[in-house]
Design a protein around this ligand. Structure first.
Ligand SMILES: *Cc1c(COP(=O)(O)O)cnc(C)c1O
Length: 375
């Protein structure tokens, strides 16, 4: 059996090697490394896939989040509500811009931002909500959009883990992740569901004026060369990454299916394991399984992780510490115990190998080994 990886980029590359190499070679031959036609081609193809008016490619997902907040014109002191159970980038860019990250608890079942917690955290200074579609399943966007309308707030979706997933509103309208709020952000980090071979990211929006502003900000605040109308940043996707992404975009739906099949295999394997809770699905969202995350009850999660590793099965804890207990983000407001759900999850969660190339043999071995631990 092939060695089990958390994310097996190598096996995936082997299957598309010729196409990828050919497309990279074309970029090398053109020497149009920055702002080449390949970036525009990928942008157009992604717009079509997402059914969104504008995709603006940038350097990485963190930049995308930062640029989104800049383009919305948020000012120091403005409050931005975001979950405490997530990757740090979300709160980091808020803090970097001098805005105030207002952390809130999450929902135990879905790991996503709690709607009640959002409403309780809204103050006259609140300007935006940044939901994170954690592990590949959309947050409760219908409720979030309603809250945003009621309190006149922007919604910036962190869709770094959820590209390709779909959310269905109660009127039947079905929208791709990241294309629901005012602006969505994604990352093309290699291990993400649509990953390049370096760094990359993008913003999505249906708002023409906002798209224009985002493009200007991502390009040193200039529209006409050497005329700087806004304070901007330098953030761009390069042509080699765009070439890789344009190939992989064609396979994204197949990749999603492979992940969903692996997730279903795990679900069945752990159905009768008293100590494990398998990931709950929100009927309003599809789940693209950036991660397959179990909750371990009544057993030491870290012992399970060590045991799996000793059997040659990598496992990861996303995330061991909530943002409100991180040294850089500690403040008077957030004491230990303040966000009980997130703290509980941090002690319980474990993510199993999840990628597009898991074989039946590997899945069987992983499931059997996990269940053996509890016998
Ligand atoms: C990966 C990720 C980011 C950051 O993306 P980079 O491309 O690494 O900057 C932000 N938010 C979430 C939830 C992520 O998973």
């Amino acid at each position: 059996m092939k060695k089990i990886q958390m994310v097996d980029l190598h096996s995936q590359y082997e299957n598309i090697r010729e196409e990828i190499n050919m497309e990279i070679q074309k970029v090398l031959d053109s020497c149009a490394f920055i702002k080449g036609g390949k970036v525009n081609e990928f942008q157009k193809n992604l717009e079509q896939y997402l059914r969104v008016k504008h995709v603006i490619p940038v350097g990485n997902g963190t930049d995308a989040l930062q640029i989104a907040l800049m383009a919305l014109g948020l000012k120091p002191g403005d409050e931005v509500i975001t979950p405490t159970f997530t990757f740090i980038a979300t709160a980091e860019v808020v803090a970097l811009l001098g805005l105030t990250p207002v952390l809130v608890d999450v929902d135990y079942d879905t790991f996503n931002i709690s709607i009640d917690a959002i409403e309780k955290a809204i103050t006259p200074k609140t300007k935006a909500i940044v939901p994170v579609h954690l592990f590949g399943q959309n947050a409760d966007m219908e409720a979030i959009v309603q809250l945003a309308r009621k309190y006149n707030l922007y919604v910036v979706e962190d869709a770094c883990q959820s590209i390709g997933s779909e959310y269905t509103f109660s009127d039947g309208n079905c929208v791709k992740s990241g294309c629901i709020g005012d602006v969505g952000c994604t990352s093309f980090f290699p291990s993400k569901n649509l990953g390049c071979y370096g760094d990359g990211g993008a913003l999505f929006t249906n708002d023409d004026a906002l798209a224009e502003k985002i493009r200007i900000i991502a390009n040193h605040g200039m529209k006409v060369r050497y005329h700087h109308d806004l304070i901007g940043v330098n953030s761009r996707l390069d042509s080699i990454q765009a070439a890789v992404l344009d190939v992989k975009l064609k396979y994204l739906d197949d990749y999603i299916l492979s992940r969903q099949r692996a997730a279903e295999f795990y679900d069945v394997a752990f159905e009768n394991n008293y100590y494990l809770e398998t990931p709950k699905r929100d009927p309003k969202s599809t789940h693209v399984f950036h991660q397959y995350t179990l909750k371990v009850n009544g057993f030491d999660r870290d012992l399970l992780k060590t045991y799996l590793e000793s059997e040659g099965i990598p496992a990861m804890v996303y995330y061991p510490i909530p943002l409100h207990l991180q040294a850089a983000y500690k403040n008077e407001r957030y004491k230990e115990g303040y966000f009980p759900v997130a703290e509980d999850l941090c002690s319980k969660v474990i993510s199993l190998p999840m990628h597009t190339e898991l074989t039946e043999e590997q899945l069987n071995f992983i499931a059997k080994t996990v269940n053996n631990f509890f016998d």
